[in-house]
Design a binder for this molecule. Structure first.
Ligand code: SAM
Length: 292
């Protein structure tokens, strides 16, 4: 697992989908006065230099964030995300890219709290340094644990204000991550049923990815499921041709915003004629009365 460095993929098409949805959720949570927590089970390094050693080498930003820049009138969900990215690049050139921790801090208010898990020994040190550089308030708001986020969230749920967003964003390099993600969601819902859980997963040719999505859709909760495919899957099965975000207890405004944003994102991020998007939602299933 220690071979994965998110910097290599920073601002790619999957980050765009994930972070645009996360920004919408946090914007929604910030509209009520009551404070909330964000719990990020797989935080990464926090902030990425797009011209740095890793992102600069992979160039994944070219087929991600870069394709969204310079267009008039993007949909609200995309505009909010781009505004947040621009806040880290006051000189107008997108060189710094906020990962989920910095994006969250940017959108949170002083009374909101951020709890981060990151297991990689190098990434967690970069993350601590990054948060220190965000200023005193960010330091007061944030706690970082070098611990397994799949199990670490248990002790944080429910969060004290009983309002919370939980991002579960593993790299899935280890195929056990699919099972662990589902288990973390189930554990989470038992402790904090009203939480908003956002699960990112890759569209890859692995049965586990399809099974995770189907299992999440069967949970007895309100959910929203968005996917974005940017190209035909490679014949060798390598590479990421798309990704999905599964949101439990989504803001009621998210579905409509995604209806407007997903076709726009698909058009801008399409690498061939196989690009497509899907959007679905489900209601909490009522338990059928047991028959005796
Ligand atoms: N959420 C980040 C973002 O959107 O900017 C990206 C996270 S990246 C996809 C996944 C991260 O999880 C990697 O930095 C990896 O080192 C870390 N990781 C892997 N297994 C973990 C675990 N069990 N608990 C916590 N972190 C883990």
């Amino acid at each position: 697992m220690f071979s994965y460095r998110h910097a290599f993929h920073a601002a790619n098409h999957a980050d765009v989908l994930k972070h645009a949805i996360l920004a919408q959720i946090l914007d929604y949570y910030g509209r009520k006065d009551a404070p909330y927590w964000v719990i990020d089970t797989h935080a990464g390094a926090g902030l990425y230099a797009l011209d740095g050693e890793w992102a600069g080498q992979s160039g994944e930003v070219i087929d991600g964030l870069d394709r969204l820049l310079g267009h008039a009138g993007p949909p609200a969900l995309v505009a909010r995300y781009l505004q947040a990215v621009q806040a880290f690049n006051p000189d107008g050139v997108a060189n710094l890219y906020p990962g989920s921790p910095c994006l969250a801090l940017h959108l949170m208010r002083a009374g909101d709290r951020l709890r981060l898990f990151e297991l990689h020994p190098t990434e967690v040190e970069i993350l601590k340094d990054t948060i220190r550089h965000q200023g005193r308030q960010a330091l007061r708001q944030t706690q970082i644990a070098c611990e397994d986020g799949f199990t670490g969230i248990r002790r944080l749920l429910p969060p004290p204000p009983r309002r919370g967003v939980i991002l579960i964003d593993p790299s899935y390099e280890d195929k056990q991550d699919y099972k662990k993600t589902l288990q973390a969601v189930r554990d989470g819902l038992q402790r904090f049923a009203q939480g908003c859980y956002a699960v990112w997963y890759p569209l890859v040719q692995r049965t586990q990815a399809h099974e995770l999505a189907r299992a999440l859709e069967r949970l007895p909760v309100e959910w929203l499921h968005a996917t974005l495919t940017v190209r035909k899957p490679a014949a060798d099965g390598l590479g990421l041709h798309g990704s999905g975000m599964f949101v439990i207890n989504p803001p009621w405004t998210l579905y409509e915003e995604l209806q407007a944003a997903l076709p726009w994102l698909r058009d801008k991020l399409a690498q061939d004629e196989h690009a497509r998007h899907t959007l679905a939602r489900g209601e909490a299933q009522k338990r059928s009365p047991s028959r005796k």
